[in-house]
Ligand binder design. Sequence first.
Ligand code: ADE
Length: 233
Amino acid sequence: MRVDILTLFPEMFESPLGCSTIKRAQEAHIVEIVLTNIRDFAQDKYRKVDDKPYGGGPGMVMMPGPVFDCFEHVQKLSPEKGRIILLTPQGQKFDQRKAAELSKENRLILISGKYEGFDERIRIGLQAEQISIGDYVLSGGELAAMVIIDAVVRLLPGVLGDENSAKDDSFSESAGGGLEYPQYTRPEVFRGLKVPEVLLSGDHKKIADWRRQQALERTQKWRPDLLKDDNKV
Ligand code: ADE
């Protein structure tokens, strides 16, 4: 997969993309992540990329010119058209189902805006899909882009060591779209708390049944909203 990120702050991505799972996925050439600075496409000598909103009001709005020029430059870097995504709190809410869907694409083009938003002609002209990572307002789309990349890249084949390890994740299909079962590791007793007997039994069927039951119980208790049919992965 190739992921292009259009941003005013490429330096924000350095550490999150340079560590752990995403770093390994890039080194293994499973994903290629390319950052492009929208400011490099500013059209005046002050490198201006935002301006006051028509009609008045607070804040600054991203101008369409630099974003369009940057996008047109980026799109030509690869023959694959790509799925064009604008990060905005007005978008469709990101979830595990969306992460799984995006992980099937060959190319994603993520556009992060700063300031109070994008000129509406950016969304219309680029025919971009809009994604939000939750009902709160960030100071820019950069953190949202990182969240999406992290959730998507770990689903790409070969990224997680054990091919099964994303399968039982919370919200995944095999978890019924609900929460994951509780996990334990050594020691067997920690500060008086024992690992449940069934996990030491070696009886795989009993363990699987117990895990399914536990997953269901905690989903009912903590996230009953996930059990509604329209929320199922
Ligand atoms: N930009 C600002 N807030 C955002 C959010 N919640 N999701 C995606 N992009 C954003």
